[in-house]
Write a protein that binds this ligand. Structure first.
Ligand code: IMP
Ligand code: MG
Length: 180
């Protein structure tokens, strides 16, 4: 399908499946006997959350949020605009924010500040990918799938201009695609 646009595959379909099952077991053990609210950050985290929730052996409640950055200054200010908020009260509940990739960390830190004000019983983060060298804001990732290098990657939810989200693996996008 998009084979000609991908430089190299960095996480295969099999590696994704295996790691998601491992994360699911770890989360199931840590929250044993509890119920969990997963808040997926749209759009990128959708396939990851769908697979992760089914790998978790607990009652899981689904919520989704969609945010966008404010104007041009977004990367420096980290201001976010909520396009879609959660639908139910999370006070006193165990909340796990599910994200595709943490890059600068600015978006996630704002979301966590906002969610903390609703007084959840606990608030943790599960990110499929950690692009650690790019962090501008310290973030504790409680559950991390894979650490990835500072390259532009796509697939399994991650896009470039809304494309490539349905690739079943994670790959580095050829520079010629976005910087012709
Ligand atoms: P940040 O941590 O606030 O910089 O924002 C992280 C968001 O940027 C992620 O949720 C992705 O939507 C997007 N992002 C960061 N790096 C990549 C990448 O390599 N490919 C695709 N999207 C990315
Ligand atoms: Mg995202």
């Amino acid at each position: 399908m998009f084979e000609n646009d991908i430089e190299k595959i960095i996480v295969t379909k099999e590696q994704l499946e295996k790691r998601v099952q491992e994360l699911g077991r770890e989360i199931s053990n840590d929250y044993h006997g509890e119920e969990l609210v997963m808040i997926g950050l749209l759009t990128g985290a959708a396939p990851f959350m769908a697979d992760l929730a089914r790998a978790v052996d607990l009652p899981v409640y689904y919520e989704f949020m969609s945010v966008s950055s404010y104007g041009q200054s977004s990367t420096s200010s980290g201001n976010i605009r909520i396009l879609k908020d959660i639908q139910n009260d999370i006070a006193g509940r165990h909340v796990l924010v599910v994200e595709d990739i943490v890059d600068t960390g600015l978006t996630l830190s704002k979301i966590l500040d906002k969610l903390a004000r609703h007084n959840p019983a606990s608030l943790k983060v599960c990110a499929l990918l950690d692009k650690a060298p790019c962090r501008k804001q310290e973030i504790k990732i409680d559950y991390c799938g894979f650490t990835v290098p500072d390259e532009f990657i796509v697939g399994y939810g991650l896009d470039y201009a809304q494309k490539y989200r349905n690739l079943p693996f994670i790959g580095v996008l050829k520079k010629a695609v976005y910087a012709p």
